[in-house]
Write a protein that binds this ligand. Sequence first.
Ligand code: ATP
Length: 457
Amino acid sequence: MGTAVTMDKLVALCKNRGIIFPGSEIYGGMGNTWDYGPVGVEIKNNVKRVWWKRFVQESDNSFGVDAAILMNSRVWEASGHTTSFSDPKMDCKKCKTRHRADNLIEMHSKGKVDPDLMTNEEMEQYIREKEVHCPICGGFDWTNIRTFNLMFETSRGVTDESQNKIYLRPETAQGEFINFLNVQRTTRAKVPFGIAQIGKAFRNEITPGNFIFRTIEFEQMEHQWFCKEGTDSQFYEEYKARAMQFLLDLGIKREHLRFHDHEKLAHYAKAACDIQYLYPMGWSELNGIHNRTDYDLSRHQEYSGKSLTYVDPIDGSRYLPYVIEYSIGADRLMLALLAEAYEEETLEGGDVRGVMRFHPAIAAYKAAVLPLQKNIAEPAKALLQKLKKKFSVSYDEAGSIGKRYRRQDEIGTPFCITTDFETLENGTVTVRERDSMQQLRLPMDEIEAFLAEKTAF
Ligand code: ATP
């Protein structure tokens, strides 16, 4: 089970099972964009729901926001994105494809060399000395490194002359920082407290085509914890542990996860690490945890001219809180969960079944209702209507029961509920569990409570 699946296989099965389709497919596609299908959108919504439950609903002193994607351009000047949010790119002169120099080095050294510690000149030197070839055409004829800002630009204005350049946000974090005092005042929160947000971010990334790992449009789930200087290191450790526990609770194996401390820190950061997952293409970042000090609030205070100082209601002290940032991509987590869940299981008798062993809370459908015979579909339909009010449930009456079970296994539905003649006699149904394939007989009116218990997160 787990990361034995190749990326090509995952892409193909996601397409065939209605999980993820290539973006703009009928027009020949649009590089690095993907559309979530009927099954995929349910899974992704569940990913976001369980994250929100864990980090907002169940967290002490945490509050959500949903900030605008388009923000005043001064936000990105204050955050430093307009000047320094860029990647080192090189072009292959032979096949005219563009690559990130840091990615080429990471791939070539199989993660042993950390390009974050290198200057552009050092990266160029490494690529030339080690003869790193183009991963697309195999050529070895590179341009020098050039840097490109990753932010997508657009414009705002009523006439062509009055247009102002604005940006699609490259991260959600700034929406939390600029609303720090709005949230604090309206919730009367005392430091330490957290602000969370789930939303789209956009980056003009050059990508080596690792499916939804790196896309130009993606969703981030971010939590900023505002705390007093001096308590920050302890909270940083706490958030590392919480971030890891969340992934383990979703069923990701510990041996497929590892911490990776950043050796080269941004000038404002006190500590930073990633949690990496063993994706089909190798170890790569799944989420980041950063101790950002009071950098963001102080920059926004300086650029906006508005005080963002917190006043402690107990001792009256005034200060800008430090921030512990925990940031995870919903799509990257989805990719990790897909790779982790995938299994081809050889059954007794030699048959192979494809099964997605998702945590039930993540599965697109909590159950599938399957009438054993079409001519007695009434109780199945009644059960479906009842369950639909509480859960996302699938219904299937086409084909043999074995085939119908397989279809549900392939998209990870944890329970199949079959109605038959006995249902008409005594109101019981058969419940078949996805992983063990064990069956049990339950009264129909107990199914709702059964599913609520078994699919909780
Ligand atoms: P990377 O080094 O992989 O480019 P990053 O360090 O730039 O990532 P952050 O800016 O810290 O990433 O963003 C937080 C999280 O958002 C990442 O851990 C990742 O899960 C997700 N993320 C970032 N960029 C992308 C992208 N282009 N596509 C999908 N998810 C992304």
